[in-house]
Write a protein that binds this ligand. Structure first.
Ligand SMILES: Nc1ncnc2c1ncn2[C@@H]1O[C@H](COP(=O)(O)OP(=O)(O)O)[C@@H](O)[C@H]1O
Ligand SMILES: [Mg+2]
Length: 250
């Protein structure tokens, strides 16, 4: 078991955003979290990545309690999520964005911009990640000028540049065309294999992507765990289909 959440409860004031949610992520799994708006998906990701301290219950990553420990500490432990480095540094190029992620992993933050150009390890590392994500020929393009699909790829690539063991992605393909969604997922899965990622957890609304790539699907509804099962089992569960999945066209 790599990641385990037990009986998670999260309150915002008196509002119960998560109520008794338990889940386990095992070696090699690709897990999708689905649910309608307001179901608690982002809250769950924030709890699982140590951004939010749960009001009750516990989260363990590689056996360690990580409730509220924060992203910096969690990155060191080997967990990354798709944070919007792209939005934090809109004026950086693709390569600089990846370099910033590599630098943060190597703990060279204080010398960030002074050292970037001359640091060959950082350069090589960033270029390798760019290639892995098919972004090498756009290495010198400004992040904000990229098409949406490439922005999403860069976002995910930034998380990969942290060399995590597991990764959590909040809608890695949102806002892009169906064709681009599949291209992004193929690149993501290929990159995950190449760097030996131990698990992928994503929040995703596109059911073709969810059912096409997941080993397991976790459905949330009004802060509660509605289902935790294989795609085939979920598809056969009329209640989950009605409440969360919707009718899919084949
Ligand atoms: N910081 C917050 N303060 C108060 N309520 C919040 C906060 N964040 C989320 N909520 C509420 O908690 C519920 C779950 O939100 P969220 O986890 O963002 O759901 P989802 O990602 O599934 O759309 C929603 O009703 C939302 O309005
Ligand atoms: Mg959300």
């Amino acid at each position: 078991m790599i990641l385990e959440a037990r009986d998670i409860r999260k309150l915002y004031g008196a509002y119960v955003a998560l109520d008794g949610v338990s889940l386990s992520i095992r070696e090699g799994e690709f897990v999708s979290i689905i649910g309608p708006n307001g179901a608690g998906k982002s809250t769950l990701i924030n709890v699982l990545t140590g951004v939010l301290q749960p009001s009750g219950g516990s989260v363990r990553f590689k056996g360690k309690d990580i409730g509220g420990i924060g992203t910096v500490a969690l990155t060191r432990l080997g967990m990354a999520r798709s944070f919007q480095l792209v939005q934090i540094f809109p004026e950086l190029t693709v390569l600089e964005t990846l370099q910033a992620a590599v630098v943060s992993r190597l703990g060279r933050g204080a010398r960030l911009f002074a050292s970037l150009a001359g640091d060959s390890q950082v350069q090589a590392d960033a270029l390798e990640v760019a290639s892995l994500f098919g972004l090498a020929d756009k290495a010198h393009a400004l992040a904000r000028e990229l098409p949406q699909g490439d922005k999403k790829l860069l976002d995910v690539a930034s998380a990969f540049a942290l060399r995590p063991e597991i990764i959590l992605l909040d809608e890695p393909t949102s806002g892009v065309s169906t064709a681009d969604k599949h291209a992004i997922m193929e690149i993501l899965v290929g990159a995950a294999k190449r760097i030996g990622l131990r698990a992928i957890i994503q929040v995703e609304h596109d059911m073709d992507i969810v059912f096409g790539y997941s080993d397991r699907i976790i459905a949330l509804h009004q802060g509660k765990l509605l289902a935790d099962a294989t795609p085939a089992e979920i598809e056969a569960d009329a209640r989950v289909v009605d409440m969360v999945v919707g009718r899919r066209r084949h």
